[in-house]
Design a protein around this ligand. Structure first.
Ligand SMILES: Cc1cc2nc3c(=O)[nH]c(=O)nc-3n(C[C@H](O)[C@H](O)[C@H](O)COP(=O)(O)OP(=O)(O)OC[C@H]3O[C@@H](n4cnc5c(N)ncnc54)[C@H](O)[C@@H]3O)c2cc1C
Length: 491
């Protein structure tokens, strides 16, 4: 049973005892808690800073459908998250796609679908070849970044083609679209943020790469998980400000961790599972007392964490029925001289996809610097900029204004600080690999022997194969909780 005591220390401070404390009720924290509860650790606390659980899973519900502000699709049939969702009966039969529809130059000029597919295939082939660098010997020289490899290989491809100048330029413009797409897909600022050697670390053959929808949205998955926890285990609106991981302030060697919340509540715990995003940890390294060991700090600093955002345009009527989606091929600067100043962020949009879960909505994807710039604008400004862009590219002056806009602001979310992680050239130069460092529990040792594993890190960024994803977060939360159970000799 959990004990609660009031201590009078000048300021009133509540000390609660709890054996394990997952920090963060995103997918990793909830999945970890489920494993602990299933093994009888029921008096745990999951402390969540925000006023609702789910973290980067945020479904907005409307009378006629849903939109996802965070994770959009379950990518992997065959993952543990997929199996859990399937057991809950919430795998939708609806499959989606991205980057589809008509590719427009400004002025309504349509790019041939054959050319679009050719360049997509060329880029995919280059990226598939980039995977091989992961298996190269350490002393083999490989390109430093994905950008280096992609750009030089694409130039080689162009030079091998003997195209007329106009086609060559179109291919370059479609390549630019693909670069914007990959920047979004990898949540980075530029493709120079991605290590070429580590590119092949992502994924394997066990899980299919799909675009599966969750019935009722990802929130249904969050609800299903939270229902398996004791009701009093979830504490929302409770930002943790300090993790004292070698504290014996409670006078009890069995509870060597203290977790201090912004409201002054202090939890005494045996173990803490920290699931805050890498972006958050990079900003809050000082939340640990004593400071994290140097190798943990280096690992956190060297993992990449960028921002992408989604812009949902809601219309009274569907005006793009025969287009399916509208992709933006920018081409020569003179074609879009209206894009200056505050509007420059639109250059980072790939396009606007139709949304499987809501007929009257277009979804715009924006990455890199543009994603962060978009967060400084109001919904009205975003709506206005998007309408100008859509009219300019489709050549249809009749494109209506959206009736309203719903958009994400992941960089401004102070408990997430971005969208998801990627592997940088800096991660490559860390030895051990930053994920390996952070997957090792922070422990106290006496006379060189590990006596107590105090802090476990978990979350999407630490999954060796599926970092950046929802199923990666779920898996990582579960396996770190299992590691803790093993340490406790419970399973
Ligand atoms: C726009 C976008 C699109 C995406 N699309 C996809 C997709 O299509 N498919 C896919 O698989 N994945 C996608 N992802 C990634 C996926 O959403 C994440 O990988 C996953 O949800 C991360 O889960 P997590 O538990 O690791 O972290 P989080 O969800 O960030 O959970 C961590 C929790 O910790 C809380 N927290 C942080 N600090 C503190 C503190 N000090 N005290 C208390 N609580 C704290 C946070 O509020 C948060 O709730 C997308 C993400 C974004 C942002």
């Amino acid at each position: 049973p959990r004990l609660t005591a009031q201590w009078n220390l000048g300021i009133e401070k509540q000390i609660e005892l709890s054996p394990s404390i997952p920090i963060g009720a995103g997918l990793a924290g909830l999945a970890a808690a489920r494993v602990l509860v299933s093994q009888g650790i029921t008096d745990l606390k999951v402390l969540e800073a925000q006023d609702s659980i789910g973290g980067r899973l945020v479904t907005k519900k409307f009378d006629d459908g849903i939109v996802e502000l965070g994770a959009q699709w379950a990518h992997a049939s065959g993952s543990r998250m997929f199996d859990f969702a399937a057991d809950c009966g919430i795998i939708s039969s609806l499959e989606s796609s991205e980057g589809s529809g008509i590719y427009f130059y400004p002025g309504g000029k349509r790019v041939s679908q054959l050319l679009v597919e050719e360049i997509r295939n060329v880029v995919q082939d280059i990226l598939n070849r980039c995977i091989n660098f992961h298996y190269a010997e350490n002393d083999t020289k490989v390109p430093s970044t994905v950008a280096d490899f992609m750009h030089s290989e694409f130039e080689k491809y162009l030079n091998s083609c003997n195209d007329e100048e106009e086609i060559r330029e179109m291919k370059r413009d479609l390549y630019d679209w693909n670069v914007r797409f990959e920047v979004i897909d990898n949540s980075c600022n530029t493709l120079s943020d991605l290590s070429a050697r580590l590119w092949g670390q992502y994924g394997d053959d066990d899980c299919e790469q799909d675009h599966i929808n969750i019935t009722g949205g990802f929130t249904s998955l969050v609800d299903a998980l939270s229902q398996l926890l004791p009701q009093e285990a979830l504490v929302t609106s409770c930002p943790v400000s300090k993790v004292r991981w070698k504290s014996l302030a409670s006078g009890d060697e069995k509870h060597p961790c203290e977790v201090v919340c912004e409201d002054g509540t202090t939890y005494s715990a045996d173990h803490v599972i920290v699931t805050s995003s890498i972006g958050y940890l990079q900003n809050k390294l000082n939340m640990f007392e004593p400071p994290l060991p140097h190798d943990y700090q280096t690992a956190i600093k060297n993992l990449g964490f960028g921002t992408i955002n989604k812009i949902f345009l809601f219309y009274d009527e569907v005006w793009w029925r025969d287009l399916q989606g509208i992709q933006l091929v920018w081409g020569d600067k003179s074609l879009y001289d209206f894009v200056t100043g505050e509007m420059s962020w639109v250059r980072s949009i790939t396009g606007f996809d139709s949304v499987t879960t809501m007929d009257n909505v277009l979804l715009g994807w924006v990455g890199g610097e543009g994603a962060i710039e978009s967060e400084r604008l109001t919904e009205q400004e975003i709506a206005h900029h998007c309408t100008l862009v859509l009219r300019h590219f489709t050549g249809l002056p009749t494109v209506p204004d959206p009736s309203f806009v719903v958009r994400s602001r992941w960089s401004s979310n102070k408990y997430v600080c971005g969208a998801y992680s990627h592997l940088t050239p800096g991660s490559e130069s860390c030895n051990p690999h930053p994920q390996n460092t952070l997957l090792e529990p922070l422990s106290h040792s006496k006379n060189g022997e590990t006596s107590h594993c105090a802090v476990y890190f978990a979350g999407e960024a630490l999954h060796k194969k599926y970092y950046s994803t929802a199923h990666g977060a779920f898996d990582c939360g579960e396996s770190q909780a299992r590691k803790l159970l093993k340490h406790l000799k419970i399973s």
